[in-house]
Design a protein around this ligand. Structure first.
Ligand code: PLP
Length: 364
């Protein structure tokens, strides 16, 4: 199997796995303590979580704190819901290409939601007029479907100038590029070679949130529920490794991108900007392609249909629609995602197999 679905999830780094094991059982079988217990085992687990917190904070701007959550989806919910004073109906502004975690949560709050449009290249307009009294502006840094890098700095500066809070979905950017200066940043471990089931919300000092999960008051009173020290340790190790390997990973991805673009048949069209893009995302379309058939012909390749909303909901892609593709263009799109552990030879083999399978479709 050649894995080309890095935007859906990434392989666990061996270093992250190694960091997790002591907190599942440990060499003496006593690493499973509750990090909120006062005894030695609890304190050891808590200390491991604090190390992990620092490692995750290392990916974020200075001047804030990391709150661990069960996923980036939960972190986004905490940011959007927890920053809304009860009964507040001031408008929100969110980009048209946000993940469902942002779009659906913003809608669920009951406030007016203004959509920040994107151009045909998949880049949000940072000069868009923000509704008077906007409470919060959300813009992701790297889009999960087409990989485009968004003008967060410009839009957030404008949001700040009108007194709005800023939320950056940093899930696909963390560990790859420097994260934007926002009031809140959502992260997910499994997108950066950490384990599934853990995310984080980075919160700038001074930003006040109300918890959305109440109970034991863990995570500085903002997120009740016992966290898994193993998942935190895995997230921390993955974050530290991503920071350490950023240049190496980046050069590797650039090489892979060049190779894939060179090998893919010229009838493939790249969806979204090639320039302002994380190059580990190649979302492409070819006229008339039957994607379901392509996927069934290429069972040893793991990749995504570009037309299905990549949140896994099965909804049609709002991102391809937002960049102006009609439904037939969206339907003939696929997403190839690659990164640190993708071998050049594997990517070459995949590109050739994809070309050949698409050619076969044209002949029959
Ligand atoms: N935001 C983006 C851009 C994503 O790609 C994803 C996952 O697909 C999420 C948020 C949600 O992350 P999680 O799986 O941790 O809830």
């Amino acid at each position: 199997m050649i894995y080309l679905d890095y935007q859906a999830t990434t392989p666990l780094a061996p270093e992250a796995r190694a960091a997790m094991l002591p907190w599942l059982d440990g060499p003496d079988g006593m690493g499973f303590g509750n990090p909120h217990s006062q005894h030695k085992m609890g304190r050891a687990s808590a200390a491991a979580m604090e190390v992990a917190r620092e490692q995750v904070a290392g990916l974020c701007p200075p001047g804030g704190r990391v709150i661990f959550t069960g996923s980036a989806t939960e972190a986004i919910n905490l940011a959007l819901r927890g920053s809304a004073p009860a009964g507040d109906r001031r408008p929100l502004a969110v980009s048209a290409i946000e993940h469902a975690a942002v779009l659906d949560t913003a809608q669920a709050l009951g406030s007016p939601v203004a959509t920040i449009p994107v151009n045909g290249e998949g880049i949000a307009d940072p000069q868009v007029s923000l509704p008077a009294g906007t409470r919060l502006v959300a813009l992701m840094q790297v889009n999960n479907e087409i990989g485009t890098i968004q003008p967060c700095a410009e839009l957030f500066a404008r949001a700040r100038s009108i007194g709005a809070l800023t939320l950056c979905d940093g899930v696909q950017a963390a560990g790859k590029i420097a994260l934007a200066q926002a009031d809140m940043i959502a992260l997910s471990a499994h997108k950066l070679h950490g384990p599934k089931g853990i995310g984080a919300l980075w919160i700038r000092d001074g930003v006040q949130l109300t918890p959305i999960l109440t109970g034991g008051g863990q995570e500085q009173g903002l997120r009740s529920g016992t966290l898994s020290p193993a998942l935190c340790a895995g997230f921390g190790a993955a974050a530290a490794l991503a920071a350490e390997r950023r240049e190496v990973d980046h050069s590797h991805v650039e090489r892979l991108w060049k190779k894939a673009v060179e090998l893919l048949d010229k009838r493939w069209i790249i969806n979204g900007s090639s320039e302002h893009r994380w190059h580990g995302n190649l979302n492409i379309r070819r006229e008339g392609l039957d994607v379901a058939r392509l996927m069934s012909d290429l069972r040893d390749l793991a990749f995504s249909a570009g037309s299905a909303c990549a949140s896994g909901s099965g909804r049609p892609s709002h991102v391809l629609k937002a960049i102006g593709l009609d439904s037939s263009e969206a339907k003939c799109s696929i997403r190839l995602g690659f990164g640190r552990y993708t071998g050049e030879a594997d990517l070459e083999a995949a590109a050739r197999a994809i070309n050949a399978a698409a050619d076969r479709q044209e002949m029959t």
